[in-house]
Ligand binder design. Structure first.
Ligand SMILES: [Zn+2]
Length: 298
């Protein structure tokens, strides 16, 4: 079901105005926009959206993160979904669509919906893959029990209110639906400091360990089924391999198999984790509870 982003009532017809509050979806360059009235006018949210518009335009012109690395990471994440069949899939925060194209390949008969806050990204994605695209706030997704899989890769560190994002995904999922979530693992926050020269006002707003991620997922009604550590770069090598013999062994071992630094992320996770500190953590979690009040914490 499609929800009104303004009052969270069910919209009787997709694409129609809300009978309860008269909200109407807007269109921008062919992309439907599902933003509440307050998101459309609130100065700080407009600022947040503009930040991502600038970031996505820069990313489309000149990659901020290497494309080969993103493609490797997308391929790995797809394998973590296993052999389950999914009929309706939502990807929140599609970016340039590396993962979305892989989802489309693997689940070609599924109905796939792509959501982002950036219109430039959505326009680009729409031109490369045949899926439904719409602009929405990840903290207020306009869906109720519509998907059996929601994928959100590198999103939770960007949203302003993480619990609203997770509750919104919980609502969008059918009972027992699956969420695949990837976030940076024990990220170095200094690189996002405005005081130290970070260019963007909003980038990664927090970092994650297994412990704090597990806690917030449980509070949002999810049960973790699997955890994968991945995202390997040589600059995150473990102390033993930083200098001397350890350094030489690591480099000769890896350079032979992965000549480009961006391909090091193709390494099997068990070996990568022994040699380097992972950059990312992927959690496969199932919706177990519906959360409707502040007293629903487990
Ligand atoms: Zn409404």
């Amino acid at each position: 079901m499609r929800l009104c982003p303004n009052c969270r009532n069910v919209l009787r017809v997709t694409g129609d105005s809300c009978e309860a509050c008269s909200w109407e979806p807007q269109q921008h360059e062919g992309i439907p926009i599902y933003l509440s009235n307050s998101d459309q006018t609130d100065g700080s949210f407009v600022d947040y959206v503009n930040n991502y518009k600038n970031l996505s335009e820069a990313d489309l012109q000149q990659e901020i993160v290497d494309g080969a690395y993103l493609a490797n990471q997308a391929a790995k994440l797809i394998t973590y979904l296993g052999t389950d069949r999914f009929v309706s899939i939502l990807e929140v925060g599609v970016g340039q669509g590396f993962l979305l194209r892989k989802l489309k390949e693997k689940y070609d008969s599924a109905r796939i919906t792509a959501v982002d806050i950036s219109i430039p990204f959505l326009k680009y994605v729409k031109s490369t893959v045949d899926v439904e695209c719409l602009a929405a706030n990840a903290e207020n997704l306009p869906f109720k029990e519509e998907f059996d899989l929601v994928v959100a890769s590198d999103i939770l560190e960007h949203v302003i209110n993480p619990i609203d994002f997770l509750l919104s995904v919980n609502t969008a999922l059918m009972p027992d639906g699956l969420m695949a979530l990837r976030v940076p693992f024990e990220d170095n926050m200094l690189q996002y400091s405005r005081l130290l020269g970070s260019k963007y006002k909003f980038a990664h707003l927090r970092n994650f360990s297994k412990r704090n991620l597990s806690l917030i997922l449980s509070q949002a009604g999810f049960q973790i089924e699997r955890i994968h550590y991945d995202g390997y770069y040589l600059y995150r090598r473990r102390t033993l391999f930083k200098e001397g013999g350890g350094k030489r062994i690591l480099e000769s071992l890896l350079k032979r198999k992965y000549p480009s630094d961006n391909d090091v992320s193709k390494i099997p996770n068990w070996l990568g984790r022994a040699l380097m500190k992972p950059l990312e953590i992927v959690v496969i979690a199932r919706k177990k509870r519906i959360i409707t009040s502040m007293n629903d914490a487990s």
